[in-house]
Write a protein that binds this ligand. Structure first.
Ligand code: AMP
Length: 114
Protein backbone atom coordinates (compact mmCIF):
# COMPACT_ATOMS: atom_id res chain seq x y z
CA UNK A 1 0.00 0.00 0.00
CA UNK A 2 1.40 3.39 -0.99
CA UNK A 3 -0.10 6.34 0.84
CA UNK A 4 0.58 8.78 -2.00
CA UNK A 5 -0.56 6.56 -4.89
CA UNK A 6 -3.74 7.84 -6.59
CA UNK A 7 -5.11 4.37 -7.35
CA UNK A 8 -4.29 3.08 -3.83
CA UNK A 9 -6.39 5.99 -2.52
CA UNK A 10 -9.25 5.05 -4.84
CA UNK A 11 -8.99 1.38 -3.77
CA UNK A 12 -9.16 2.48 -0.11
CA UNK A 13 -12.25 4.59 -0.85
CA UNK A 14 -10.52 7.83 0.12
CA UNK A 15 -11.53 9.78 -3.00
CA UNK A 16 -15.18 8.79 -3.07
CA UNK A 17 -14.81 7.23 -6.52
CA UNK A 18 -17.81 5.07 -7.41
CA UNK A 19 -16.72 1.46 -7.75
CA UNK A 20 -18.42 -0.64 -10.42
CA UNK A 21 -16.98 -3.90 -9.07
CA UNK A 22 -15.30 -4.86 -5.81
CA UNK A 23 -13.70 -8.18 -4.97
CA UNK A 24 -11.29 -9.29 -2.27
CA UNK A 25 -8.30 -8.45 -4.44
CA UNK A 26 -9.56 -5.97 -7.06
CA UNK A 27 -11.65 -2.86 -7.53
CA UNK A 28 -12.96 -1.37 -10.77
CA UNK A 29 -14.12 2.16 -11.58
CA UNK A 30 -14.84 4.29 -14.64
CA UNK A 31 -11.95 6.13 -16.27
CA UNK A 32 -12.15 9.88 -15.65
CA UNK A 33 -11.25 10.54 -19.33
CA UNK A 34 -13.13 7.81 -21.21
CA UNK A 35 -11.84 6.75 -24.64
CA UNK A 36 -14.91 4.65 -25.49
CA UNK A 37 -18.54 4.45 -24.31
CA UNK A 38 -17.36 1.88 -21.75
CA UNK A 39 -13.94 2.62 -20.27
CA UNK A 40 -13.34 0.93 -16.94
CA UNK A 41 -10.11 0.48 -15.00
CA UNK A 42 -9.57 -2.72 -13.03
CA UNK A 43 -6.83 -2.48 -10.39
CA UNK A 44 -5.43 -4.77 -7.73
CA UNK A 45 -5.88 -3.54 -4.16
CA UNK A 46 -2.19 -4.33 -3.66
CA UNK A 47 0.16 -1.68 -4.93
CA UNK A 48 1.96 -3.21 -7.91
CA UNK A 49 3.64 -0.42 -9.88
CA UNK A 50 3.25 -1.99 -13.32
CA UNK A 51 3.00 -5.25 -15.23
CA UNK A 52 6.77 -5.26 -15.18
CA UNK A 53 6.73 -5.58 -11.37
CA UNK A 54 4.51 -8.68 -11.32
CA UNK A 55 5.92 -11.62 -9.40
CA UNK A 56 5.10 -15.34 -9.61
CA UNK A 57 3.03 -15.01 -6.39
CA UNK A 58 0.64 -12.72 -8.27
CA UNK A 59 -0.17 -15.41 -10.83
CA UNK A 60 -3.40 -16.54 -9.21
CA UNK A 61 -4.90 -13.08 -8.65
CA UNK A 62 -4.12 -12.07 -12.23
CA UNK A 63 -6.49 -14.82 -13.35
CA UNK A 64 -9.08 -13.25 -11.05
CA UNK A 65 -8.53 -9.93 -12.81
CA UNK A 66 -9.38 -11.43 -16.18
CA UNK A 67 -12.51 -13.05 -14.79
CA UNK A 68 -13.51 -9.73 -13.20
CA UNK A 69 -13.09 -8.10 -16.62
CA UNK A 70 -15.30 -10.76 -18.18
CA UNK A 71 -17.96 -10.07 -15.51
CA UNK A 72 -17.76 -6.33 -16.19
CA UNK A 73 -18.04 -6.87 -19.96
CA UNK A 74 -21.27 -8.79 -19.33
CA UNK A 75 -22.55 -6.08 -16.97
CA UNK A 76 -21.84 -3.47 -19.65
CA UNK A 77 -23.48 -5.59 -22.39
CA UNK A 78 -20.33 -5.65 -24.50
CA UNK A 79 -21.64 -8.60 -26.47
CA UNK A 80 -19.98 -7.37 -29.69
CA UNK A 81 -16.55 -7.47 -28.11
CA UNK A 82 -14.15 -5.30 -26.20
CA UNK A 83 -10.46 -4.60 -25.68
CA UNK A 84 -8.26 -5.02 -22.60
CA UNK A 85 -5.11 -2.89 -22.44
CA UNK A 86 -2.26 -2.75 -19.94
CA UNK A 87 -0.04 0.22 -20.72
CA UNK A 88 3.39 -0.46 -19.26
CA UNK A 89 6.24 1.99 -18.77
CA UNK A 90 6.93 5.17 -20.70
CA UNK A 91 6.93 3.62 -24.18
CA UNK A 92 3.72 1.80 -23.26
CA UNK A 93 2.05 5.08 -22.34
CA UNK A 94 1.57 4.31 -18.64
CA UNK A 95 0.73 7.48 -16.69
CA UNK A 96 -0.30 6.06 -13.30
CA UNK A 97 2.24 3.83 -11.55
CA UNK A 98 -0.25 1.31 -10.19
CA UNK A 99 -1.03 -1.70 -12.39
CA UNK A 100 -4.38 -1.29 -14.15
CA UNK A 101 -6.32 -3.03 -16.87
CA UNK A 102 -8.28 -0.78 -19.22
CA UNK A 103 -11.56 -2.34 -20.38
CA UNK A 104 -12.73 -0.53 -23.51
CA UNK A 105 -15.88 -1.22 -25.44
CA UNK A 106 -19.16 0.02 -26.81
CA UNK A 107 -17.76 1.02 -30.21
CA UNK A 108 -15.62 -0.54 -32.92
CA UNK A 109 -11.97 0.00 -31.94
CA UNK A 110 -9.15 0.57 -34.41
CA UNK A 111 -5.97 -1.46 -34.71
CA UNK A 112 -3.06 -0.91 -34.48
CA UNK A 113 -3.02 1.66 -31.66
CA UNK A 114 -0.84 4.75 -32.18
P1 AMP B 1 -2.50 4.86 -18.15
O1 AMP B 1 -2.24 6.07 -18.99
O2 AMP B 1 -2.53 3.57 -18.90
O3 AMP B 1 -1.54 4.81 -16.96
O4 AMP B 1 -3.96 5.00 -17.57
C1 AMP B 1 -4.28 5.80 -16.48
C2 AMP B 1 -5.71 6.15 -16.63
O5 AMP B 1 -6.17 6.63 -15.39
C3 AMP B 1 -6.01 7.23 -17.67
O6 AMP B 1 -6.86 6.70 -18.68
C4 AMP B 1 -6.68 8.32 -16.86
O7 AMP B 1 -7.73 8.95 -17.56
C5 AMP B 1 -7.19 7.56 -15.65
N1 AMP B 1 -7.36 8.34 -14.43
C6 AMP B 1 -6.49 9.21 -13.89
N2 AMP B 1 -6.99 9.69 -12.72
C7 AMP B 1 -8.19 9.11 -12.54
C8 AMP B 1 -9.20 9.20 -11.55
N3 AMP B 1 -9.07 10.01 -10.48
N4 AMP B 1 -10.32 8.47 -11.70
C9 AMP B 1 -10.48 7.68 -12.77
N5 AMP B 1 -9.56 7.53 -13.73
C10 AMP B 1 -8.44 8.25 -13.64
Amino acid sequence: MHSDCLFCKIARGELGTELVLETENFVAFRDINPQAPTHILVIPREHIASLDQLEPRHGEIMGEALLAIQTLAKQENLDQGYRVVVNTGSHGGQSVAHLHFHLLGGRSLQWPPG
